[in-house]
Design a protein around this ligand. Structure first.
Ligand code: AMP
Ligand code: GLY
Length: 439
């Protein structure tokens, strides 16, 4: 098979690393790719929003399967356009991708199908939205304001005061900093608990669960500072026991897949549920219609089964017989980023030390924002590398990954020192007390 992967991050590097291991695959193309991906696949200069160009490329290069990494082409309807031309593509249709593309749609869908999520209201007018806050008591803060549409991970603000809420609403509704994405906003209660990511692959009716992962979204240690795309992750997480995973499947994943099918928009592809484990059980914070980044970098190295037949089964509506096998070890990824990210940062910094870690046992260096210039690998984005390692437990995975991180460097490099720390603390807790201390 010829496979095309769309995207350029650590997630796409991990996908290609895994797809490359499939005996079904002859050649992989990636658009636009990065310096790490270029070692495994032929990189092509097409940007994720150029759907017409992808169609032409898929036809001219006899692509047997296209796998879409980022949300933007999915929400724009790339899957529908490929299917019209009878080209095989893994991912949800435009209508199904609204679970990620419109938070108003996702929240109202969850309300219709009794899927646990924070209480919410939808507003389109500044005056009405402000009225909500004016009558709100001080001890009801924080409150979460979300732009309806895609906002590159910046559309969620946790507001601690009336002033902050007013500023956020002005920016979204009046100044339109997220353009039409902020024309509607969701105002919702702030949930407390541990955040985890559960991904499922669906064919529109059946689904298989991937093993659990925990991302670290804030930029600084101890979950401080602004949200990022994700600064590191590990899998599996001890916050999700086998019985909790079953509960998540039956109260969240199954009703979502069934509900989308019933509403006439079957969800094929990856359903990513970002969950808060509250005292009342797991609640959905958000749905994504794609693989997570960096969750993919820690889930796929643990997947023993070939992923390509799973993609094909999802496309063909044939997932009911698919079972996945997992490596029992823990996989952990530390994201090395450009100083300043998620704000402004510089690029073009030469990355040193990659040669020192390439051959290390259990080391996988997933590239995110990198490119090759004059034979050197330089930084080209906010998140630069996903330094990934396996270990027999969380402690060993942490030790292994950070021993690799310590060998790699570039000017103004920044990373968190505590990836996996919460998971490690949880795994060391005595059984029986496990529920109490997280809240
Ligand atoms: P989202 O883009 O919806 O994933 O939101 C980004 C991040 O905001 C989440 O990963 C959470 O850390 C946080 N968040 C979103 N909704 C809530 C909520 N209702 N309560 C607490 N935190 C939230
Ligand atoms: N890791 C968060 C995301 O992929 O959206």
């Amino acid at each position: 098979m010829n496979v095309l992967v769309i995207g350029s991050g650590g997630r796409e590097h991990a996908l290609i690393w895994k797809i490359k291991q499939s005996p079904l695959v002859k050649k992989i193309f990636c658009a636009p790719g990065n310096a790490g991906i270029a070692q495994l696949a032929e990189c092509v200069h097409i940007e994720p929003d150029q759907i017409e160009n992808f169609l032409k490329f898929a036809v001219s290069h006899r692509i047997d399967l296209t796998v879409v990494g980022p949300e933007v082409p999915l929400v724009s309807g790339i899957v529908d356009q490929f299917q019209q031309k009878k080209l095989k593509i893994f991912g949800p249709s435009k209508e199904a991708a609204r679970l990620e593309g419109s938070k108003v749609f996702a929240k109202e869908f969850m309300r219709r199908h009794s899927i646990p999520t924070a209480n919410f209201q939808v507003y389109t007018e500044m005056k009405r939205a402000m009225h909500f806050f004016k009558v709100l008591k001080k001890d009801n803060y924080p409150v979460v304001i979300k732009a309806d549409g895609l906002a590159a991970g910046k559309g969620v603000v946790i507001c601690h005061s009336l002033e902050e809420a007013q500023r956020t609403l002005e920016e979204m509704i009046e100044k339109k900093i997220f353009k039409e994405s902020g024309a509607q906003v969701v105002i919702e209660e702030c949930l407390k608990g541990e955040e985890v990511s559960i991904l499922a692959i669906s064919d529109g009716e059946d689904f298989v669960l991937l093993d659990s992962a925990q991302d670290h979204k804030r930029i600084f240690d101890d979950d401080l500072g602004p949200n990022t795309g994700g600064m590191g992750a590990y899998s599996p997480t001890p916050f999700v026991s086998k019985s909790l995973l079953r509960e998540i499947a039956s109260t969240i994943i199954e009703p979502t897949i069934t509900g989308m099918h019933e509403e006439g928009h079957p969800f094929k592809g990856v359903l990513y549920a970002g969950l808060m484990l509250t005292q009342e059980g797991p609640f959905v914070l958000e749905f994504n219609a794609r693989f997570g980044d960096p969750e993919t970098e820690v889930v796929l190295p643990r997947l023993k089964s070939d992923l390509v037949p799973v993609f094909l089964a999802s496309c063909d509506g044939d997932l009911s017989e698919v079972r996945l096998e997992w490596d029992k070890r823990v996989c952990l990824c530390v994201v090395m980023s450009s100083g300043g990210y998620p704000g402004e940062y510089e690029t073009g910094k030469e990355i040193a030390g990659l040669n020192l870690v390439e051959d290390k046992k259990n080391a996988i260096i997933f590239h995110a924002g990198t490119k090759q210039v004059d034979g050197k690998i330089v930084t080209a984005g906010g998140r630069v590398l996903g330094v990934t390692s396996l270990g027999k437990n969380i402690e060993e995975a942490i030790e292994n990954a950070y021993s690799l991180v310590d060998k790699i460097t570039f000017d103004k490099c920044f990373f968190r020192r505590d990836i996996g720390a919460k998971g490690l603390a949880k795994s060391l807790q005595k059984p029986g007390r496990s529920h109490v201390s997280n809240f």
